[in-house]
Ligand binder design. Structure first.
Ligand code: ZN
Length: 189
């Protein structure tokens, strides 16, 4: 049996602010497809609905997403592998969902996004597709495409709420470290 591996996530890394680079023609194929399957495994293992390459330390322009449910109703059964996406059109009408991000634990923010977007992209095998996404599916795609442009929920926050979030997170990490220390102490008795 082959063990499926999960990729390490980049948490609060400066590399998340970098723009991803286009996948070139000779990179399409089996290997890219297999890597994006590993990204899907990582995404599901962390209860995510979307994951961009940059979040697992790959600076190339691709993402995976699960859009099997849109607003609670079945939408599309397969998971998505999206390479070199380009947003062709966005609706004027917007919508906002409380978004979370695997790269920023504990952060959740409402962001205004287009209610529908039309995206041109390639499959890992280089097949071109054009698709329209709506509602929370449009939000998932927009959030992940943002990542490829170096934009995150964190980038969209004001300086004050960033400071608040940083404080909350370091407190959480300290508590975690204290808990671990206590556990080590107790077990060594
Ligand atoms: Zn994210």
């Amino acid at each position: 049996m082959k063990m499926s591996k999960s990729l390490p996530l980049k948490i609060m890394s400066d590399s998340l602010f970098e723009k991803s680079i286009q996948v070139s023609e000779d990179e399409f194929g089996e290997e890219l497809d297999a890597f994006m399957s590993e990204m899907l495994i990582t995404m599901y293992a962390n209860q995510g609905v979307g994951l961009a390459g940059v979040q697992v330390g790959d600076p190339r322009r691709f993402l995976v997403a699960d859009i099997s449910f849109a607003d609670g109703r079945p939408y599309r059964s397969e998971s998505l592998k999206v390479v070199n996406p380009r947003v062709l059109a966005t609706s004027e009408e917007t919508t906002s969902y409380k978004e979370q991000c695997l790269s920023y634990p504990g952060l959740s923010r409402k962001v205004d996004r287009p209610k529908s977007i039309i995206v041109e992209y390639y499959t890992p095998f280089g097949e071109r597709r054009t698709e329209e996404f709506e509602d929370d599916c449009a939000t998932i795609l927009s959030h992940e495409i943002d990542h490829l442009d170096g934009v995150t929920l964190y980038t969209r926050m004001s300086k004050a709420s960033r400071d608040r979030y940083n404080k909350k997170l370091s407190k959480k990490l300290n508590n975690l470290a204290d808990g671990l220390k206590k556990r080590v102490k107790n077990t060594s008795r």
